[in-house]
Design a protein around this ligand. Structure first.
Ligand code: ARG
Length: 277
């Protein structure tokens, strides 16, 4: 049972982000992207900076990846790898417009001395992988259906030595796992059931009976694309009902505005990769 007013505890995190100085919507590889919508890159940088300052203000460490011209989606740093227990399992992007981002992430992990495992299978890093260190002894949740191939789930399990539970995404608006589901602490999740196949919904209900469930409006406002340190939950400011549910469950919602980056089909979590030792 979830106890209301339960004492939530934050844990210091290490994150990786990449400035949107070269952000643009030059191609459309998800239903949110419209190449005719103007993007204000300066405003995108300002909003992204507020997000970075928010994380630093909460006591977290933020590493930066150097943005590269010609890679307008590089700001979505979550997609470049998936790091568990000090090992980075590299990304292999589905769309060739983003494929060069993988090398930039790889160079970061190798320079910083992380163990790096190059992938053979198509996968988009933390976009489609989530980690719950205290669920069932350390559990990886993985999405497939739009970007990451199921074969990459098996490859990640071999690379990282943690059980991987495969979940099928069925709604193209929720093309990555991290727009439909997030960890809110070391053992629990918040998710939008409608993004998943009926069987995957059953799996999630079995594994996470105490999960917080989001409605379609909050999910479509990118509310689930959040980052939590176990207490503070940084999320898109339009997901107001979700913020209320999190508060009622004892978490501390921290709303941020990321309107420009929504035009590329992402919000808070897409901009942040977690580096887990
Ligand atoms: N425009 C990017 C793409 O379609 C957005 C990526 C969002 N990232 C995420 N982790 N969901 O690939």
């Amino acid at each position: 049972m979830v106890t209301v007013n339960q004492q939530r505890v934050s844990r210091k995190r290490t994150y990786l982000m990449c400035s949107p100085e070269h952000f643009a919507v030059e191609y459309a590889i998800n239903p949110w992207m419209d190449v005719t919508t103007p993007v204000d890159a300066d405003l995108a940088v300002k909003q992204w900076d507020r997000l970075r300052e928010t994380l630093v203000g909460l006591g977290h460490e933020v590493h930066l990846l150097t943005a590269e011209a010609g890679l307008p989606d590089m700001v979505y740093a979550a997609n470049g790898a998936f790091v568990v227990d000090g090992t980075a399992y590299g990304a292999r992007f589905k769309h060739e417009q983003r494929s060069a981002e993988a090398a930039a992430h790889r160079a970061f992990y190798e320079e910083q001395g992380w163990r790096f495992i190059a992938p053979s299978e198509t996968n988009e890093g933390e976009g489609d992988f989530a980690y719950l260190p205290e669920a069932h002894g350390g559990l990886i949740l993985a999405g497939h259906g739009f970007r990451t191939e199921p074969a990459a789930h098996a490859e990640a399990q071999e690379a990282l030595g943690r059980p991987v539970v495969s979940l099928r995404l069925v709604d193209p608006r929720f093309y990555h796992l991290d727009v439909a589901l997030a960890s809110i602490d070391d053992e629990n999740i918040v998710y939008y059931p409608g993004a998943f196949s009926a069987a995957s919904q059953k799996v999630l209900a079995q594994l996470f009976p105490d999960a917080i469930v989001a409605d379609d409006e909050d999910a479509l406002a990118f509310g689930l694309n959040l980052v939590s340190d176990g207490l503070n939950v940084v999320l898109n400011n339009e997901a107001t009902r979700l913020a209320g549910k999190l508060k009622a469950a004892g978490y501390h919602p921290v709303p941020v505005e990321l309107a420009e980056l929504k035009k590329g089909g992402g919000s808070v979590k897409c901009c942040i990769a977690e580096l887990r030792h």
